[in-house]
Design a protein around this ligand. Structure first.
Ligand SMILES: [Fe+2]
Length: 276
């Protein structure tokens, strides 16, 4: 065999799950809005990903740029290290993404959250908007439906998150069927069930329907919490909201265009508001 010219990556290629394992995971994911899968990443991969994250947060060239948001979110990671690029196609993760949003699924985001004590996205929310809203008179979506998923997040724990104090992601099971935003700022309840904590060990991963009510519990421990997240979308969505919107318009035209045009084209920044 010809020797590879590329240096070997600490990220392994991995193997897809067997079809029956995938089905069991997807059944939980569609029912609850999340599904944990223990020990997918090796200790070596976890250590390498934490190390590159720390190096990037410490890089003075990235301070104050679009690569670091709020001092604890590392964004645009594919641009920053081949390790993150390898993680996008790491199995069984890609195979699960293909099973959920299609064989031709595409990347739609990758970040690392590095939460020191006291820092978290602790507000209960769904990402962006409620995609399938219901009017006041309709209590919930029919449980016989499988709620559509057009994009979703794979969360990968890079540290142990073993107690409430460690700032786990929390979910309200089944709340992607609510058709609503979280119904209480502190203790939302859906179908008689309150929040559950995603306690996990470094190397565990969990799938997250972004329409399921969730938050990061406040980190009250002395540990920093590391989560790598990869996001995958259906091909139609990346074509519609990605490819079709990358139509160059001359900069001098944009600068002098009406505010209405600038907003519709996307030249002006989006109104303030979190979208994670
Ligand atoms: Fe979120």
């Amino acid at each position: 065999m010809k020797p590879s010219l590329m240096p070997s990556s600490p990220i392994l290629p991995g193997e897809p799950f067997r079809p029956e394992q995938t089905q069991e995971i997807l059944d939980r994911f569609y029912r609850d809005g999340f599904a944990v899968i223990p020990q997918v990443l090796t200790p070596g991969e976890v250590a390498s990903l934490r190390q590159v994250t720390d190096e990037l947060f410490a890089d003075p060239a990235l301070a104050g740029t679009r690569y670091i948001e709020g001092k604890f979110i590392l964004r645009n990671t594919l641009e920053l290290s081949p390790l993150f690029r390898d993680m996008l196609v790491r199995e069984p993760i890609l195979n699960l993404a293909q099973a959920i949003v299609g064989q031709d699924c595409q990347f739609c985001g990758q970040n690392v959250l590095r939460n020191p004590p006291g820092v978290a996205i602790a507000r209960w929310h769904v990402d962006d908007v409620v995609e399938f809203p219901l009017p006041d008179g309709v209590a919930r979506h029919d449980p016989r439906l499988r709620m559509p998923v057009q994009w979703f997040t794979v969360q990968m724990a890079l540290t142990d998150i073993e107690s409430e104090e460690d700032g786990p992601t929390q979910f309200v099971p089944g709340s992607h069927y609510s058709g609503r935003k979280p119904n209480d700022p502190d203790h939302p309840v859906f179908g008689g069930r309150g929040p559950v904590s995603m306690l996990c060990r470094a190397g565990d991963i969990y799938l997250q329907n972004n329409q399921c009510w969730h938050r990061g519990a406040p980190n009250r421990s002395h540990r920093t919490r590391y989560i790598l997240q990869s996001q995958y979308a259906a091909r139609w969505a990346t074509r519609r909201f990605g490819d079709y919107t990358r139509v160059p318009v001359p900069e001098d035209y944009l600068r002098s265009a009406s505010e209405r045009f600038q907003r519709v084209y996307g030249y002006r920044p989006a109104p303030a508001g979190p979208s994670y």
